[in-house]
Design a protein around this ligand. Structure first.
Ligand code: GLU
Length: 300
């Protein structure tokens, strides 16, 4: 059976771009008779106040996007992440990194095509004495192999990265002790028995890092569907800063069927301008219709 999930980060009210990913995750599972899990990804307590998690649940239900069970929010999962951290440490795969944020992002540092810095391995070979002499708390990095990690995405097609070339050793715990997204998302998807991950195309490049973690955990990775991102007509990606497209503004002006109808049209399921409920869209859903390229959202 397919087990899919919504994994929202409650750092703001959901906006249309989040609803788009949630709708496609829901449609994929509901059209195949699977199970849907909700998981609140609140790793960073300062960025994720509880009221947004409450609003996310309420907004999803207002849209008719229900779920079958809820996984514990990430803030309650520290013990499970610690266990993985210690397993990786005991295998000699982790090391502390004292590099500053500014240094990592410096123009002289290597960067991937999407702008993220590639870690050059600066702290990998520090001696115990050099480590002991540091005056600040370290991030912890996972050593990556010089190897291609490949998979076939359900929307974007074949995708492959060499972790040493395209990422370098990536961080799995921040200096303040908060675990990184890459570690937490794999720990949670594996623990939740998730077989299908539907999320924005901005996370496509992270997937090979996650495949490596699945391998280290000896767990089977899910199928991945990286959906196109929505942008405003001026080319900006829709984000939590677009308050006119957040669920508060949308609920004040539209019915759920109007919001879902607009997204259903972008997904190629119904003609533009029609309204539809989530259930009606599920009856029409097929991944073959969903476009691969990013989409311009011009309004309801
Ligand atoms: N929590 C992430 C977000 O809200 C999604 C992570 C994932 O789906 O893997 O963008």
């Amino acid at each position: 059976m397919t087990v899919g999930r919504f994994a929202p980060t409650p750092s703001g009210r959901m906006h249309l771009g989040n609803v788009w990913s949630a709708l496609l995750a829901w449609l994929s599972v509901r059209s195949s008779g699977g199970e849907l899990v909700l998981r609140i990804e609140n790793l960073d307590p300062l960025r994720c106040p509880d009221e947004y998690a409450i609003l996310i649940r309420d907004d999803l239900l207002w849209l008719g996007l229900d779920w079958d069970r809820e996984q514990p929010p990430q803030q309650e999962r520290t013990a499970a992440y610690d266990e993985i951290f210690h397993m990786l440490e005991s295998r000699g795969l982790l090391y502390p990194c004292y590099c500053s944020r500014a240094g990592l992002h410096a123009a002289s540092a290597p960067h991937a095509a999407d702008g993220r810095p590639i870690y050059a391995g600066t702290c990998r070979s520090l001696t115990p004495e050099q480590r002991a002499a540091q005056k600040k708390l370290p991030a912890w990095r996972l050593q990556v192999p010089d190897r291609e990690y490949s998979f076939t995405d359900g929307v974007q097609g074949p995708f492959s990265e060499n972790l040493a070339r395209d990422w370098g050793d990536f961080s799995i715990r921040r200096p303040d002790g908060i675990y990184a997204y890459q570690l937490a998302v794999v720990a949670d998807d594996a623990a939740g028995g998730i077989t299908e991950v539907v999320r924005g195309r901005d996370l496509l490049a992270s997937t090979p890092c996650q495949l490596y973690l699945y391998e280290l955990l000896n767990a089977a990775p899910p199928a991945f569907y990286h959906v196109p991102l929505l942008s405003a007509p001026d080319g900006r990606r829709l984000s939590k800063r677009d308050l006119d497209r957040d669920m508060g503004a949308l609920r004040a002006r539209y019915r759920p069927e109007e919001v879902l109808g607009a997204l259903g049209a972008l997904a190629g399921l119904i003609p533009k301008g029609e309204s539809a409920s989530a259930k009606e869209l599920a009856a029409l859903f097929s991944w073959d219709q969903v476009p691969k390229e990013d989409l311009v959202f011009s309004g309801l």
